[in-house]
Design a protein around this ligand. Sequence first.
Ligand SMILES: [Zn+2]
Length: 423
Amino acid sequence: MLRSPFRSTVKIEKYTCGTGDRFAHQGRAQLQAILKARAAGIDVHPVWNKSNREHSIIKSKPDDVRAEADSAVAALGWKGAYYVDADHIGLKTVDAFIPASDFFTLDVADFTGKAAEAEAVEAFLKAVSRYTGSLSIPDIDRPFDLTEKTVRGAAGKFLLAVQEAGRIYRHVEGKKGRDNFVTEVSVDETDAPQNPVELFLILAMIAEERIPIQTIAPKFTGRFNKGVDYVGDLVQFEKEFDEDLSVIAFAIREFGLADTLKLSVHSGSDKFSIYPIINRLIKKHNAGLHVKTAGTTWLEEVIGLAESGGEGLALVKEIYAQAHGHYAELAAPYSTVIDIDSGKLPDPKSVMGWSSAQYANALRHVESSPHYNPHFRQLLHVGFKVAAGMGKRFTDALEANEEIVGRNVTENLFDRHLQPIFR
Ligand SMILES: [Zn+2]
């Protein structure tokens, strides 16, 4: 045991789904998918998440997300728990989110790889000294060789970052009061993935920092590109995800962390090839899971507008043409999470001649369809900035075509995400 055990009284539900919604128009359609899931026996709860980066591009405010969530919940009579997530915040950005949010994703990736004070490193080494040597974790078939060098290496990469998470956590706690919010720590936007031993040591650091963590978002092996399927070694992913779940169960017992602590998968939408693996493993370990699916709803809005024909179709053709024209600028901030071959992007002039079905089929994420074009899809994924620039013209089109857009949003979330992940 490190220090005396502590537990938060906040108990996040076992299965939660982060339903980011760039333009804050699909709260009801998203909640409808959650209701369909519950009718199908899947006990999943919604978390509306939006990052500071998205707010600044769209020019929205955290209060807008709260208003959207509350109004969807009231309209559909949702009785369960739900949350509003201040996604990927740091000390510099968190204040604007505090009144509206009850879930905070502390993003400390920028602090990884930087050295903490020598004294803190020594204290951490001492705190985990009982684990050094051959470390056996229940359900993992081989012991890990946890040397002092490994611990120092992990401290060098993560200790300063976890200390920063502690500072953010205490700042939020000071304003909201203990046990009034869910805390997630995210290190997913780092260069290298974290292996299960590193995850174990990160959780030890979090326990030492006394952060009552509920969800942890590591960077997993493989590529989690925006809006498209997982790219990587499925066997390796399965092995590490399996071990990560064993590590979490072990860390809960050893460090006195909340027994509801669970993994959070970021950029979790559209990762169809790993959903069966994730589903199998969370059932095997009887583990909880949080999945964030931010951008996929925006693409369903585009699909719905394409299907609506007429002005809606004309509008999304215009969005594509503009996105194509600003390709480099739109893609740059996402360079590590998209893989677009510009040679495979359709010419905007020919897209102008497309029918509703041609546009929707090129965009809709159905891998088996010969019409599906992942390059077209990824460009539109980052192209929400173009729609944001259209302002009311775009949101008016969403409102005019609410039914067809909402149907696509609900079906995508329920059929292609909630069912395969949680059922
Ligand atoms: Zn993330």
